[in-house]
Design a binder for this molecule. Structure first.
Ligand SMILES: Cc1cc2nc3c(=O)[nH]c(=O)nc-3n(C[C@H](O)[C@H](O)[C@H](O)COP(=O)(O)OP(=O)(O)OC[C@H]3O[C@@H](n4cnc5c(N)ncnc54)[C@H](O)[C@@H]3O)c2cc1C
Length: 482
């Protein structure tokens, strides 16, 4: 049922979910067969300035997106403007790497992939994410899927909730505080935009407020509950990471797979091989080949450069193929980022939102290992293209000279709007924020779901894994709340 104001919320529920984005909606459906669920959503069914403004904050460090545009604060969350690219994690993303001081996930890939079929049905995509050998020594070819249905997490879920006996959804209701006694959240405080407030009781609470906000809210609860056990957790907000996205250069190739006639989206992805990464002590990277069907300017530029730099290669391309088969485009790199303790989310005591909750400060920088990963993998790709005579890559000058581009004009596309870490999953309370069942260490009834719990992020987009985690959490709560 959809409740149009806070007064209609019942006195108690089995589970209260905070946030109606992809994660909160999937968990609510999974739990609703057996339990009474309340979903608290800060925004309404449409974007509004007053809700979006609560997401404002400062970024300290490298150039980053504006925090009010890199996420959306209304029903459906950031999936209201996402790209829809998805892939599941690889085995190696879950592993520890002692040389690089990289932590592991406390769970294995198979415990997420157990939910891959169910996740693909929700996303209405094929369960097909093949990794295959490719003719280049350092790269595998990988398959991504794309969710093409816009607003998958809004309209269909509005109808499901309207027709559900067990789910109540209250819009414009913002979690602004909670009381934690010993290890138990005893109540939470909700406010609407007219400043009407209500306390809510539930057996369990799940924070699904998005990658950055999960940390902000937990930091705020920690500050307000100095006698609780979460007060001693020093990892909240720490180890934030992104997927640096960069336009690393332009390409010309005779590889037919790269060419895509039906759209501007890439159809061809090459991923740096696991054993090569280990040999070189670098992180993961995946290259996306964007063949723009109408990119005649790029083609002309590359062909002009090639005629000076590699005239014989150009001639052989022209001789062995019909001119029309020579394909050009832009090469993008999506790279893994090292989860660094100093990349973090903090509360800003001098800047409060309209409910009096401190806004966030995000400290974010790419470190030396991130830089080494981007430069090494780009140069190896360019070299293997030449060695195998697959084509030529004209690398961005800065990358060619061993530096990172500094701003967008230079080809630095900042990140992927993928907010990972901050409440990471760990096998003990000293090294993270939630346990393997996503329960906050030091509490008995508070859970967190979303990409903030990722200990490492590989190079695949996060939302498919968020949904897998949400289904897994739903199953876990269904079992323990029998
Ligand atoms: C431009 C862009 C492109 C993207 N492209 C891709 C892509 O191609 N592939 C991919 O996998 N991912 C992509 N993403 C990331 C993807 O959108 C997120 O991973 C996903 O939306 C996260 O879902 P979530 O439910 O964890 O959080 P969110 O979607 O952030 O939802 C959180 C919800 O919580 C609510 N909320 C927040 N605070 C409160 C509060 N205090 N009280 C009550 N409610 C609250 C919000 O209103 C929101 O509805 C993209 C993101 C952006 C911005």
């Amino acid at each position: 049922m959809i409740l149009d104001n806070l007064e209609k919320i019942k006195s108690s529920y089995d589970i209260c979910i905070i946030g109606a984005g992809a994660s909160g909606l999937v968990i609510s459906e999974k739990l609703s067969k057996k339990h009474k669920i309340l979903i608290i959503e800060g925004g309404s069914f449409d974007i509004s300035e007053k809700s979006q403004e609560i997401y404002a904050g400062k970024v300290i460090g490298d150039n980053y997106f504006d925090l009010t545009t890199t996420r959306l604060r209304y029903f459906g969350g950031s999936t209201n403007h996402w790209g829809g690219w998805v892939r599941n994690f690889d085995n190696e993303d879950f592993e520890k790497n002692e040389k690089l001081n990289l932590t592991n996930w406390p769970i294995k890939k198979k415990s997420l992939d157990f939910y891959l079929d169910e996740t693909c049905k929700i996303l209405n995509i094929k369960n097909y994410f093949k990794t295959s050998n490719f003719e280049m020594p350092s790269f595998n070819k990988v398959v991504y899927q794309r969710v093409t249905e816009p607003h998958l997490f809004s309209k269909p879920y509005i109808n499901k909730i309207k027709n559900s006996k067990n789910i109540d959804l209250c819009l414009n209701s913002n979690l602004i505080n909670a009381e934690i006694k010993d290890q138990l959240v005893t109540k939470i405080l909700i406010s609407d935009f007219k400043n009407y407030k209500k306390e809510i009781n539930s057996k369990k609470y799940i924070l699904c407020t998005g990658g950055l906000e999960n940390s902000r809210i937990l930091l705020w609860l920690k500050k307000n509950n100095p006698n609780s056990q979460i007060f001693s957790n020093n990892n909240i907000g720490k180890y934030f990471f992104e997927h640096p996205h960069l336009h690393v250069g332009d390409f010309i190739t005779k590889l037919k797979d790269v060419k895509r006639k039906d759209s501007d989206f890439p159809a061809f992805f090459l991923q740096f091989k696991s054993d090569q990464k280990k040999n070189l002590n670098i992180l993961g990277s995946t290259f996306r080949f964007y063949h723009y069907p109408g990119s005649s300017n790029i083609s002309k530029k590359i062909i002009a450069e090639l005629s000076c730099l590699a005239p014989r290669y150009l001639e052989s391309l022209y001789n062995s193929f019909d001119k029309k088969l020579v394909c050009t485009g832009q090469l993008f790199l999506v790279s893994e980022q090292y989860p660094d303790f100093s990349n973090r989310i903090e509360l800003d005591p001098n800047d409060l939102d309209l409910f009096g909750v401190p806004k966030l400060n995000l400290f974010w920088k790419k470190g030396s290992l991130d830089k080494k990963t981007i430069i090494t993998s780009s140069k190896i790709l360019a070299k293997e293209f030449v060695d195998l005579n697959l084509g030529r890559i004209s690398l961005n000058n800065k990358i060619h000279n061993g530096e990172l581009p500094e701003d967008e004009k230079d080809g630095n596309f900042i990140g992927g709007n993928h907010h990972m870490g901050g409440t990471r999953m760990s096998k003990d309370s000293k090294s993270g924020v939630v346990d393997e069942n996503l329960k906050v260490w030091g509490t008995n009834n508070l859970y967190v779901c979303g990409s903030s719990v990722f200990p490492r992020g590989g190079t695949c987009n996060p939302t498919l894994s968020i949904i897998q985690l949400s289904l897994r959490l739903g199953d876990h709560l269904n079992k323990i709340l029998l």
